[in-house]
Structure formats: C-alpha cells, structure tokens
Design a binder for this molecule. Structure first.
Ligand SMILES: Nc1ncnc2c1ncn2[C@@H]1O[C@H](COP(=O)(O)OP(=O)(O)OP(=O)(O)O)[C@@H](O)[C@H]1O
Length: 304
C-alpha cells in the first residue's frame, strides 16, 4: 500500500522538554490508523505537527510526498482535519456553515456540499441552526466540513470524545467507509484501546512522547497462548501443589488461595496438568482460563 503520510524522526521540543521524541513510521492510503496512548502521551502534539498548527522541532513529515515544513500549501491541500473543536457559527444553519467554508476554498460547488451532507447523514437536519444540533450532529457537520475539498488524508484528534455509543458507531462506520471505498488515509487518536480496536487497521502506541510500537489491531489483540492465566479449583490443594512442583519447570510460580491455585501456563500444557491431577487422586472442580481484557494487555505493553 502506498504511503500517504511519512514521519521521520519527528520531535517536538518545548522549553527544554521533549514532548514528542523521534517518531518514525508510515501511514498508508486506505487504512484507518490510530495514535494510541494514555493522556499526555503526545498524541495531540503529534497531530498538531502533522497539520502544521505547530512547528516541527526536528525531523520531517511528508504528506503525499510533500514536506509539511517546506511545502506547506501543497501538503495541507491533501488534508482534512478536526483538531480542536471545529469552528461553527451556531446561529447559522449547518448548510450555511458549509457554504461559508466552501467559499474559502476553491472548486467546491453545491453539489459537493450535498454529497458530503448525504454521506454524514445530516440531510434531513442540515437547514436547522447549529445551536440546535446535538454534539453528535455537530461532530458530523465537522466531518462534512473536513471532507468538502476531497482530502486524501483525514486527521481527527480524539474524534469519539463526548459521543454516545450510537454516535461512536456511526462515526466508525463513516471512517471505515472512507478508507475502504475512497482510499482515504484516516488518522485518529484515542486513549481507549477498546475504541481503536473496532475502528483501526493499525495503531502506533505512543507513551511519554515515544513510539512503543506500530502494530496491526489483529497483532495487538491476538491472545498469547503461551502466557495464559489459569485457575484450578480443587478438593486437595496440598496434593495439587505436589503435582505442580513435579511440573515446576514448565509451570513456574503459582499462588494458592483457599481451594484455588493460580498460575501462568502455556495452553498446550493444560491437558497434561489435568491428567496428572487426576492420576494423583485430586478432585478437579474447574480449570478456568482467565481472559485478559484488552485494557490489561494495553497496560502490559505500556508498562502501566
Ligand atoms: N505548549 C506546551 N508547553 C508545555 N508542555 C506542553 C505543551 N503542549 C503540550 N505539553 C505537554 O506535553 C505532553 C503531551 O501533550 P499532548 O496534549 O500532546 O498529549 P495527548 O497524548 O494528546 O494527551 P491528551 O489525551 O491528554 O490530550 C503533556 O504532558 C502536555 O502537558
């Protein structure tokens, strides 16, 4: 897949602090790419550099081959963005807002306005004043505005903030549609892995301004079968401990609590463990594999 956005050693220094340090990765056409990291990780600062709202201290950003610092006008022409709350005139209708915005650009006619309005699903309310819009509707209007000039790169900072589950789902569908059917490179940021999981193809995990790793969502959410948390519920903890000690090399440390014994285990070893317990005359009530939540795994990756 062709690169739409390239970051090379991108760094932001404010005062003597490195807010963003040495980010290098590529973002492809036709994918939804997430910047994922806890609050204060540097996502917004990175996005502000991508769209030229703040300068890049060191390194380089190229958008469709155009250097953001050296060739700003051509680079930014490729971009639609919602970074801070999009500026809307509340006393005008949604349509009047878009018209106003379209006049500032070039080559945007009423047909294009109708097209984006239709796409974001605002057609039946577009002639109402924005002050009567819900947050989700304002967000959709912002998206319509960002799409008016047919950008090939769409950048949205924390787009799901303040949206209800239905609004999040709707936005997700729109963004996935744009990536898949129009080949748009969509970049979103969030601190919630659970949201990114459903929205993105790949994510860059960022922490303390540094890149932890870039992964596909599939890699990120894949279960590591060699590291499963297993809980046994047994009628004889002492005999269980003896069995576990004979398997100690493969099983490692375990924790006893009442009638349960907990350990980290390769899933492949569970049948053997079960057989040994039965052979030792232990009554096994339950062997349970604890599913780690996505957030748990994210915290593991970021060392939280
Ligand atoms: N102009 C600035 N001067 C000093 N520090 C700043 C400035 N802008 C951002 N920071 C600091 O840089 C760090 C990263 O901020 P940034 O807003 O990029 O994080 P974020 O990942 O977007 O987090 P959030 O989800 O909270 O917005 C924070 O610790 C922030 O306080």
């Amino acid at each position: 897949m062709a690169n739409a956005v390239e970051l090379r050693n991108v760094t932001k220094i404010i005062g003597n602090k490195r807010i963003v340090n040495d980010l290098t990765f590529d973002i492809h056409e036709g994918e939804v790419f997430g910047l994922l990291g806890p609050n204060g990780a540097g996502k917004t600062t990175t996005i502000r550099m991508l769209v030229g709202l703040i300068s890049i201290s060191q390194g380089q950003v190229r958008i469709q081959g155009f250097d953001v610092a050296k060739d700003y006008a051509r680079a930014i022409r490729q971009v639609g963005a919602i970074v801070e709350n999009p500026e809307m005139y509340k006393y005008l209708t949604g349509y009047q807002n878009l018209l106003q915005y379209a006049r500032m650009g070039s080559g945007i006619d009423r047909r294009r306005i109708d097209e984006v309005v239709e796409f974001v699903g605002l057609a039946d309310r577009i002639h109402e004043k924005v002050k009567r819009y819900s947050l989700g509707m304002r967000q959709r209007l912002g998206l319509a505005q960002a799409l008016l000039h047919r950008p090939s790169v769409l950048i949205l900072d924390e787009p799901t903030n303040g949206l209800d589950p239905a609004g999040i789902r709707e936005l997700r569908d729109h963004l996935r549609h744009l990536a898949k059917h129009s080949g748009v490179c969509v970049i979103v940021s969030s601190h919630l892995l659970s949201e990114m999981e459903l929205m993105c193809d790949r994510v860059a995990i960022i922490q303390n301004g540094e890149l932890v790793r870039v992964q596909t969502i599939d890699q990120l959410t894949a279960v590591d079968e060699s590291q499963q948390e297993v809980v046994l519920d047994v009628d004889d903890v002492g005999a269980t401990e003896t069995v576990l000690r004979t398997l100690a090399v493969e099983i490692g440390p375990f924790v006893v609590n009442g009638s349960t014994v907990r350990m980290t285990l390769d899933r492949q070893r569970i049948p053997e463990l079960n057989r040994r317990l039965v052979e030792a005359g232990v009554g096994v009530y339950e062997i349970r594999v604890l599913a780690k939540s996505l957030e748990d795994r994210f915290l593991e990756i970021t060392g939280g």
